[in-house]
Design a protein. Sequence first.
Length: 340
Amino acid sequence: MASIILPFVLLLTLGAGARAQDAVADFYRNKTVTIFVGLPAGGSFDLYARLIGAHVGRHIPGQPAVIVQNMPGAGSLLQAGHIFNIAPQDGTAIGASSSNVPLQPLLNASGVKYDSLKLQWLPTPADSPNSLFVWSTSPIKSVADLRNRETPIGALAPGSTPTVAIGLYNEVFKTKMRAVIGYTGLPAVMLAMERGEVEGYATVPLDTLRHILKPQMEAGFIRVLVQSGESRSPSLPDVPTGRELISNEDDLALYELGTASTKMTFPYMLGPNVPADRVAALRKAFMDTFADPQFLADAQQRDMAIKPVSAEEVTRLVNKAFATRADIVARLRAVYDRTK
């Protein structure tokens, strides 16, 4: 009897799965999916969204058209609020935000109109561990040297990611870096280093070192002091991770919370009420896209790194961050407030 029942149950299960996939395909057929990018056109977040948008439609059941629409404002908070509160909750609206969005409510809830724990996260195309480096003319040779000398480090606006990173590193590494505010971005800081105005920068992605700053690296102008990944990058085997430099458990918890966004640098999201079958289909479509030879060839031609982080891992990281002890969160908020 069992030999008869088991194949029958298997057929029912496969049939239900096929019907669910058909329902998703029927919904998306002849539809348009919009990826809302929370930053202006031309930057790395926009470029990743357009790269994904050019390929992901082939992998979504029903093969809908996919377009990209920029919605900059308030550090991507406008876009995240749109996905959470205004956009259709049917799987036709995808958010692509800056890396601050998932954990922003922990730092400063002002202007936040979404719940990170209720957003439904999609896979991200790449993580991006950061590095802290100094220019070759600096007398600083290691993080230990930063503890003994006030060192001017280039930064952007008050409360910006590089500025907060300097405050975080001073807190957990016990260093004496001084943020020099007002630069418009990394290119401006690089010029300032060459002029001797500042000696380093705190949040340069490792991919930027490997690609954009490769000539300076090869010429020996850049001295990397620490990297933020969980393990040492093969490209920087002699540079310690931040975790290696911290012995206090509370400081380590603060550091991990403060650097969590580098593990999900390009977050993609769906609204809280998108049906589960469409969420699952889009998550699979993203991962299938990231393995697609055409997509990978296109990414290589554009010199864009692809190191996918699954939706499950992004969700785990967000949940872990929001489960951090209240006193650790308070310390990170205090660091953020001191940099504003």
